[in-house]
Design a protein around this ligand. Structure first.
Ligand code: PLP
Length: 395
């Protein structure tokens, strides 16, 4: 209890934390102060894609920390350059910008879109269309982009120039888009908003509208990126449609803070020296960890495990849905899975925690299963049996 009290006395009260103090992790398991073992079906909210203390990540961090931790983006360094080259090679996008978080990557995307608008049509082309129920971060620009009034209400006035349309409803977008639209921003799967994948047709039409009005299509892949949905980035599943720019963060550096903006060829020269910056962006230790993440995903065939484990979880949860009417829906992509029930999500998350299963809510009635991408059948079975015990009691 000592640690919890220390937090309560010293840390701003911005989180409703669950009453557990973790101090060790290995693979898909977390351990609390008493040595009790928990199955991590949350992965630090889609961050620890390769699980905890992955030897390749630990080795890369140790090696780089002993050599050089930080210089500045005023100078070059080998490790960040190597990472940038790997990221452009793996995606086919032309250039990247490094920062430290998802919100910052989205800020960079918004700034780039605004400058693109100005260069194209002048001051007027600044409108950004975003989706209701979306989530793009907690800075003022990104809560403005986040189409959920609950995150915005106490922080007005918001940033100007944003308009909101219903997700997966192309008519709603058609009503808003025009030549003054600089960009449309969308999550290929809405994560925080309740785990809703975007329809293929919706994304295809967004692309057509962006092409028609010379607006940029931005994908927020903060949560869906780095293997989470079974491909390296989720946009690959909407081929041949591609965003003009997309953002990634969370899992990209294996648990160290890093955000990345990827831009296509036509956008590679929009931002110029002085337009944007980040002191820590692309930090050497984070870059070394990110290289280890990318190499391990390829070497250990992590994406095929995501596809296999996803299929297994969906099959099992869908059959439980037939057995337990309290389960209303099971949806998602890859290992970004939402289970909607009649039970308030925080309550079910707490009950799962008593069964030593760590999950996270996504909206009022949806529990998210976003485990490390290395999860195996036996571990999934542990989660399913804990969940079953809870549901049987409630039947
Ligand atoms: N965008 C999406 C889709 C997210 O899920 C999140 C975080 O959950 C963010 C942006 C914000 O990322 P960060 O918390 O790293 O700023």
């Amino acid at each position: 209890m000592e640690t919890i009290q220390t937090y309560n006395e010293n840390v701003l009260n911005t989180y409703k934390r669950y009453p557990v103090v973790f101090n060790k992790g290995k693979g898909v398991w977390l351990f609390d102060k008493n040595g009790d073992k928990y199955l991590d079906m949350c992965a630090g909210i889609a961050v620890s894609g390769l699980g905890h203390s992955h030897p390749a990540i630990v080795k890369a961090i140790r090696k780089q920390a002993g050599k050089l931790i930080h210089t500045s983006n005023l100078y070059y360094n080998e490790v960040n350059g190597e990472l940038a080259a790997k990221l452009t090679a793996v995606t086919g996008y032309s250039k990247v910008f490094f920062c430290n978080s998802g919100a910052e990557a989205n800020e960079a995307a918004i700034k780039l879109a605004r400058k693109f608008g100005k260069l194209t049509l002048g001051e007027k082309k600044h409108k950004i269309i975003t989706m209701s129920n979306s989530f793009h971060g907690r800075t003022i620009a990104t809560i403005t982009a986040t189409g959920q009034p609950k995150y915005q209400k106490d922080f007005t006035p918001l940033l100007g120039g944003f308009v909101y349309a219903e997700y997966n409803n192309i008519e709603a977008i058609e009503k808003l888009v025009d030549s003054e639209t600089a960009a449309i921003i969308v999550e290929p799967v809405q994560g925080e908003g309740g785990v809703h994948p975007a329809d293929f047709e919706f994304i295809k039409k967004l692309r057509e509208l962006c092409d028609k009005y010379n607006a940029l299509l931005i994908f927020d892949e903060i949560q869906t990126g780095v293997g989470r949905t079974g491909t390296m980035f989720c946009y690959e599943q909407y081929a041949p449609v591609k965003p003009d720019l997309f953002t990634s963060a969370k899992a990209i550096a294996g648990g160290l803070p890093m955000g990345v903006l990827f831009v296509s060829e036509k956008l590679k020269d929009i931002l110029q020296p002085g337009d944007h910056a980040s002191t820590f962006g692309g930090n050497l230790v984070c870059s070394a960890a990110a290289i280890a993440v990318l190499d391990t995903i390829q070497k250990d065939k992590i994406l095929s495990n995501v596809v296999k484990s996803s299929k297994y979880i969906f099959e099992k949860l869908n059959s439980m849905k037939k057995e337990f009417p309290v389960i209303k829906d099971v949806r998602g992509l890859g290992l970004l899975i939402g289970m909607e029930t009649d039970i308030p999500a925080p309550e079910l998350v707490n009950e799962l925690l008593t069964k030593k299963i760590v999950t996270v809510p996504a909206g009022a009635n949806v529990v998210r299963f976003i485990p490390p991408l290395i999860i195996k059948t036996k571990e999934i079975d542990f989660m399913l049996s804990g969940l079953r015990e809870i549901l049987v009691k409630r039947k």
